[in-house]
Design a protein around this ligand. Structure first.
Ligand code: ZN
Length: 288
């Protein structure tokens, strides 16, 4: 690239986080489809509703217009257009936590300037599926057309279903965390004991927040309370296999109350936290 040249970009992105910057500017972290995570400055963002109005809420999917500048680490954000906004549906504590979990994990897990189309589509599919729930709406969810042959074929393109209906919090969260672990290469093999090699298929397995892999009952860690192994039931292991091969829209036709596969959700979140080496603030209300 010739020195001194500005490079314009126009593409889909998810707003991850914003920070006040100087007087009326904002520092923004954006997960773009084409370039991965990009950080930059939106000048006068607090005042310019024309260029950014309503598009700066974390989890908003936008078409972003920005400019890479020579010898500058931060890009210059010129304008965002909203493609999908989380604010078009009611936001309660649980929905907010679920939306934040997605943006928090992307912010922590994704390196700068590393595009990942599977993770981008996963995030859009999950974000647009998270609903607080409405009492008078129909209970069906729209199934988006799928490609075939790709393990992530269930991830729809551009927020396609913004339907009202029953509460959809726990399944999208579990689905997102399991798929993030898989796509990042962090998902342990659940079929065998990592200590003795015992075949654990169709059995309860044990996992520790401080160790790799899962074990049989005899090899579980029984040290201090915070490090002790926790059980993942055979039925939850089987749900994790279903989640790996079933589009989210299909799974959402079933009821997912908080207790359903709660142990799987806790396992998926703890696996993310162990690899990110930090606790996920937004996960606290979602594990209960
Ligand atoms: Zn064992």
């Amino acid at each position: 690239m010739p020195e001194g040249r500005q490079i314009p970009h126009h593409g889909e992105a998810i707003v991850l986080r914003t920070w006040p910057f100087h007087e009326a500017d904002l520092l923004i972290s954006l997960f773009t489809r084409d370039q991965g995570k990009v950080k930059g400055v939106a000048r006068h963002a607090m005042k310019s509703r024309r260029r950014f109005g309503g598009a700066l809420e974390p989890a908003t999917q936008v078409r972003a217009h920005y400019t890479e500048r020579p010898r500058q680490e931060l890009v210059r954000f010129d304008q965002f257009e909203i493609l999908w906004s989380p604010l078009t549906a009611p936001v309660d504590t649980l929905r907010l936590a679920a939306l934040q979990l997605v943006t928090e994990v992307l912010e922590e897990a994704m390196p700068d300037l590393a595009a990942d189309d599977n993770i981008y589509r996963l995030a859009v599919t999950v974000l647009t599926s998270i609903h607080s729930g409405t009492s008078s709406a129909p209970s069906s969810t729209k199934v988006s057309p799928q490609e075939s042959g790709c393990p992530t074929s269930g991830f729809s393109d551009v927020g396609s279903h913004n339907v009202q209906g029953p509460q959809q919090i726990y399944l999208p969260v579990t689905y997102f965390c399991l798929w993030m672990n898989r796509l990042m290469g962090w998902m342990p093999e659940l079929g065998h004991c990592s200590a003795c090699g015992l075949d654990l298929r169709s059995q309860t397995v044990y996992w520790s927040p401080t160790a790799d892999g899962v074990t049989c009952f005899d090899d579980r860690r029984a040290t201090s309370a915070s490090q002790a192994s926790r059980a993942l039931s055979a039925s939850s292991v089987s749900e994790s296999h279903r989640i790996a091969r079933t589009p989210l829209a299909d799974l959402l036709t079933e009821p997912w109350p908080p207790a359903r596969s709660a142990d799987l959700r806790a396992f998926a979140i703890a696996t993310l936290e162990r690899h990110l080496e930090r606790r996920l603030r937004s996960a606290t209300v979602l594990i209960a």
